[in-house]
Design a protein around this ligand. Sequence first.
Ligand code: NAD
Length: 266
Amino acid sequence: MNRLDGKVALVTGGARGLGAATAKMMALGGATVLITDLLDDAGAATVAEIEKAGGRAAYLHHDVVDEAAWAKAVKHAGETFGGLDILVNNAGIASDGKSIEETTLEAWRRVIAIDLDSLFLGIKHSIPALRARANRWKGGASIINISSIMGLVGMANAASYIAAKGGVRLLTKAASLELGPAKIRVNSVHPGFTETDMVKNALKDMGRRAGEAGENMMKDMITARHPIGRMGVPADIANAVCFLASDDAAFMTGSEVVVDGGYVAQ
Ligand code: NAD
């Protein structure tokens, strides 16, 4: 038996990157997956890939900062797939590499809205649906919040991202205490640098600032911060998310799962 058989998952930002890898792995594990994102073509392509592999998925356009859209997304999961058992709050953006002194309040608020406020909205609006089916599973329902190593340690020129991801870490713990009695587990995942479009674009930006050959130099520098000798690949993170979603993690809530090749061990 697959470990997510019969469960319905909603994965935000599931069109590409870590979200797409998670959606695909969950579907392979037996879950039915509602992928939401702003990138409609990429979202549809991810659904097509899942279906081609024999899985079940659907796509919904959904801006995670829009509260009304959250209510619709949870309703959509209920109407299309019969309920909701797993919420993966994955959608996120990087900050723009500026120092605190150079950052406008508007730019700060945009990152906090997408990378932190949206998780509050996602948790809040999915609680009734998750609670309704939690007793079906040994491990109850599961919310997985994607934070970062940048929610555990700091980095210069990324203050809004770090503040948001640090907020996600403790929002997770607060929610786990409130929702434990309802059999809804809430955990955070803290990826190290992982090869996705977000990181490729950030490396390009950092590289441009560092001058000629900067991008490769930045990549080597960042890789060297991971004692295991490489950056992550999306499947590294998806494995941890699928574990937390499954009944194998029935006794885990309020925890922070670090998947970073040793980045924060030093
Ligand atoms: P990505 O840019 O490849 O994917 C992010 C997805 O989120 C995109 O499909 C994007 O369209 C979507 N998204 C952005 N804003 C949205 C919004 N307002 N509403 C709905 N969808 C929205 O990035 P990724 O690397 O796959 O990142 C996924 C998550 O993992 C993010 O929360 C990111 O902060 C976190 N993370 C990534 C890394 C890494 O190294 N890649 C490390 C730590 C944490």
